[in-house]
Design a protein around this ligand. Structure first.
Ligand code: ADP
Ligand code: MG
Length: 360
């Protein structure tokens, strides 16, 4: 068990004559026993961050520490970090038991009896005791994934590193494995970094989420913090489905003006904005209130352009009627709400649910 510190870690790759900054000054602390998920779009530096912890990639600048001690000079074998890959990377000619024992034989001086005992234990934890004598080819995708995990767990690592381990599984199995992995991690209490581009995995599995974009950490926090208090437009837009609505506004004192409507903010909110004049107003679809007609000063008259039904809820694409722009705002309403394309209704943004970002 261990905590892990990224201290202004930068990784640059040479690509011909140009330089790629894959990870830029990444600083974060992962607590002992924590399940941290790194999430972000493809190419944002997730895999590179993991590989630096595993020792598979050198660090260009900065430092990585386990329990306060730098691991920069240590070989992958000396780091006691276990990596689980997207492709399970099992040895096809070995049985499950042999696959799970292999690393232990290489890296410890346990006797073969002790190794057998340990593999049996982990087989029980993973609920695969009956599979230990099979070959990987005879296993389903989910079973192979469990074996890959087992192989990592038997080594009793300080840190678990998982790179999109569920992305090869079908949707149903993926959802099952999500819960199972989470349960397992909690049971074992091993500090874990789990990488995914899937925000649902990030939200449901993690103690905390680290959101990356373009090699830079955008925010680190609990799923609720990242969802309800996004640091910036990227985080607000990345976490949440359908995405947060963003509306460009120019601001004069307490008035936010768009091509479509004006919105008056309170004095205290205006104070927080200081002197900013270009503002992006963000509001999540479920926070948009749809009323039969505008009645309050900030209500906006809109036409329902499209109704997207999901059963328990409908996404309404709402277009303001009074001005020239045709930008739709998505509002989510209960699935039983009687509303059709072409209806005119009122749209309300409760001030306590809006997010105001600097638009510069
Ligand atoms: P992610 O896992 O988030 O999709 P990666 O960490 O794999 O992103 O990649 C981050 C960036 O670094 C990308 O621009 C990628 O092309 C680049 N990169 C990764 N590995 C190498 C490498 N070995 N050589 C050159 N560029 C690389
Ligand atoms: Mg990757």
């Amino acid at each position: 068990m261990a905590n892990l510190t990224f201290d202004e870690v930068t990784k640059k790759f040479r690509d011909g004559n140009s330089e790629i900054v894959a990870v830029e000054e990444l600083s974060m602390e992962i607590n002992d026993g924590e399940f941290l998920v790194i999430v972000g779009p493809s190419g944002c530096g997730k895999t590179t961050s993991l590989r630096m912890v595993a020792g598979l990639e050198t660090i260009t600048e900065g430092d990585l520490r386990i329990e306060g001690r730098s691991i920069k000079g240590r070989s992958p074998q000396e780091r006691n970090a276990a990596m689980v890959f997207q492709s399970y990377a099992l040895y096809p000619h070995m049985s499950v038991r042999e696959n799970m024992s292999f690393g232990l034989k290489q890296s410890t001086d346990l006797s073969s009896d002790e190794i057998r005992k340990r593999v049996d234990e982990i087989g029980d934890v993973l609920d695969i005791p009956e599979l230990l004598d099979r070959k990987p080819d005879d296993l389903s995708g989910g079973q192979q994934q469990r074996v890959a995990l087992g192989r990592a767990i038997v080594r009793d690592p300080d840190v678990f590193l998982m790179d999109e381990p569920l992305s090869n599984l079908d949707a149903k199995l993926r959802a099952d494995m999500r819960t199972e992995l989470q349960r397992l991690q909690e049971e074992l209490g091993v500090t874990t970094i789990y990488v995914t581009h899937d925000q649902t995995e990030a939200m449901t599995m993690s103690d905390r989420i680290a959101i990356m974009n373009n090699g830079k950490l955008q925010q680190i926090g609990t799923p609720m913090e990242c969802y309800y208090e996004p640091n910036n437009i990227f985080v607000g837009g990345f976490i949440g489905e359908p995405s947060m609505n963003f509306i460009n506004c120019s601001r004069d004192a307490q008035t936010l003006s768009t091509d479509d409507f004006d919105y008056e903010i309170s004095e205290s909110t205006a104070m927080e904005l200081e002197s900013a004049t270009n503002i992006v107003l963000g509001i999540r679809p479920e926070d948009v209130v749809v009323v039969p007609e505008p009645t309050e000063p900030n209500d906006i008259a809109v036409e329902v352009d499209v109704v997207e039904p999901f059963g328990k809820e409908n996404n309404l694409y709402l277009i303001p009627r009074d001005r020239e722009s045709n930008e739709a705002v998505i509002g989510t309403v209960n699935g039983r709400t009687r509303v059709e394309s072409g209806d005119t209704v009122g749209m309300r943004f409760p001030e306590e649910h809006i997010h105001l970002f600097d638009g510069n």
